[in-house]
Design a protein around this ligand. Structure first.
Ligand SMILES: [Zn+2]
Length: 174
């Protein structure tokens, strides 16, 4: 278990500040003083597979930590109350100004994403996205840059997230 796992990070009850907040199940922390319980669940995230007319895959360059400057697929966390499809449409607009024609679910993979010293366990959902157009896109929000890659141009060592590596690999295998 990583030092960033919630079991190793959360030391006080977030409700009553009790120092007795402790591990009480496989993925549960409980407070014996106030009864508060915290379950460690997966957080949903989306990744978009977008190609140009030649079938080259759009990868972004991350502009935020973790893994600043490394390669990623467009996407991000699903907001509370949002569907995964809505998150794909929103993220592509925010990151690239890309308008979506269709979104189709491809598959899922998991990842442990360390942010600000805490592990977040994500369920990453991949979607094949047909864009209205790939002309005039702009890198915005939390990405530095983007470009379309054929398989041989991709350095997989530059893709830090195992789930994203898997999505990219599987995309080109088909
Ligand atoms: Zn408490």
């Amino acid at each position: 278990m990583q030092p960033t796992h919630p079991f190793n990070v959360f030391r006080f009850c977030p409700k009553c500040s009790s120092p007795k907040f402790r591990v009480s199940g496989e993925r549960l922390l409980s407070c014996p003083d106030c009864g508060f319980q915290y379950f460690i669940n997966s957080v949903a995230a989306v990744a978009a597979l977008v190609t140009d007319e030649k079938g080259n895959l759009l990868l972004t360059t991350r502009g935020v930590e973790p893994h600043y400057g490394k390669l990623d697929l467009p996407g991000g966390f699903v907001d509370p109350g949002e569907t995964a499809e809505e998150a794909v449409v929103r993220e592509l607009d925010e990151e690239l100004g890309l308008k979506v024609k269709s979104v189709n679910y491809v598959g899922s993979s998991t990842n442990e994403y360390v942010y600000a010293g805490l592990s977040v366990f994500t369920l990453d959902l991949a979607f094949r996205v047909i864009p209205e157009s790939v002309e005039g896109l702009t890198a915005m929000d939390d990405i530095l840059d983007f470009r379309f890659y054929n398989f041989n141009e991709i350095d997989f060592n530059q893709i830090p997230a195992p789930s994203i590596r898997e999505f990219v690999n599987q995309f080109f295998k088909k």
